[in-house]
Design a protein around this ligand. Structure first.
Ligand SMILES: [Cu+2]
Length: 363
């Protein structure tokens, strides 16, 4: 009798605890809504007009190079569904450059992207790592779906679509990952050429129970996102628009895409060349999390390299890590060495082509 009572009491306590856990989890799960438009902008890869790492003039324009400014389509965040007011990016986030807004979630959350296409091109929003159904995939291929499940794959100019992604355990950090990981979202209507056209952005997912209300990881002081990408303007879907516009083609360069290719490729970090990435600033002793991204480049890997400091990547000490195609990696740094330091790609050709930036560690 006594044993029966005890086990019953224990069983009821266990059920009550389980219910509490379930309700706490349900209470914490958030629906995070982002209003994101694809907008056309004039993008300058080196807005200072100089090589800020070498402290000298940019290399001379190649004969078939349009210039340093090109029309691109990029994702930008708005305050609401009217898409009338751009959501201002904090000055400290200027270094994010042409990356779209940072989408955040804690495991268990739901992400809603209300998308508006303000460009002349059919575009989409396709997420890596998230869980979605066919109406929120944003990628056209023979997937045996039709009608409503196709609209999201190529949203027409002036059109819009609402994408819904859930963030289950399998979208969040694995057992060997730190408290947060990074994914990408990008237009996948013309998968390879969209990469050169511009619309791409980051998604950060934090482990359940490890997120602040804004979704960022509690155990990190500063997060930095750096996308290493070759932007081939000869393959951009905006090429014809760029050729036709004196603002982007002041020398009236002309020729086929193949002829223009070598002169119009840029090796960029967040869309910046030759040290023009706005300075990233951190303090000695902070826990800094670096998220590094590769894209769908032709044939090149990238090797982000931190000078003057080291990182912990995959449980190993490093100052260089390898980025494959559409690779997304996380490296943690506790800077201990105040100064201005180089952050670049160690691939020699890329280094020579200005795939360089700097970061500052304050005492
Ligand atoms: Cu590289």
């Amino acid at each position: 009798m006594r044993r029966w009572s005890l086990s019953t009491a224990l069983g009821m306590a266990a059920i009550a605890t389980a219910l509490l856990v379930v309700s706490a989890t349900a209470a914490q799960a958030a629906v995070r809504t982002y209003y994101i438009a694809a907008d056309e902008v004039l993008w300058n890869f080196a807005p200072s007009g100089r090589d800020l790492v070498a402290g000298e003039a940019l290399p001379p324009r190649k004969p078939l190079q349009l210039g340093w400014t090109y029309r691109k389509a990029i994702y930008r965040e708005y305050t609401d569904a009217s898409f009338r007011h751009l959501k201002a990016r904090a000055p400290r986030d200027a270094y994010l450059g042409l990356l779209g807004p940072v989408i955040r979630a804690e495991v268990g959350d739901t992400i809603i992207v209300v998308f508006r296409n303000n460009t002349r091109l059919h575009l989409s929003v396709h997420a890596h790592g998230m869980k979605y159904d066919k109406a929120s995939e944003g990628a056209p291929y023979r997937d045996e779906t039709s009608h409503a499940d196709k609209w999201d794959d190529a949203v027409p100019p002036g059109g819009g679509h609402t994408y819904t992604w859930t963030v289950p355990e399998r979208s969040g950090p694995g057992p060997m990952d730190p408290s947060s990981i990074i994914w990408m979202y990008h237009s996948h209507t013309n998968e390879t050429r969209d990469m050169d056209t511009g619309p791409i952005g980051p998604i950060i997912v934090t482990r359940r129970g490890m997120a602040r209300p804004d979704g960022s990881p509690k155990d990190v002081d500063l997060e930095v996102i750096a996308m290493f990408a070759q932007m081939d303007e000869s393959l951009s879907r905006m090429l014809q628009a760029n050729l036709a516009d004196p603002a982007t083609n002041p020398q009236h360069v002309s020729g086929s895409s193949a002829k223009l290719q070598a002169a119009n490729q840029f090796l960029t970090i967040n869309g910046f060349d030759y040290g023009n990435l706005p300075m990233i600033t951190m303090r000695k002793g902070q826990h800094v999390r670096w998220y590094v991204l590769g894209t769908m480049d032709d044939n090149d890997f990238h090797t982000p390299t931190w000078h003057g400091e080291t990182v912990l990547y995959d449980g190993q000490r490093a100052n260089t890590i390898m980025l494959g195609f559409m690779d997304m990696k996380v490296a943690d740094m506790v800077p201990d060495n105040p100064g201005v330091w180089l952050f670049d790609c160690s691939q020699a050709v890329h280094l020579a082509a200005g795939m360089t930036a700097r970061f500052t560690v304050l005492p």
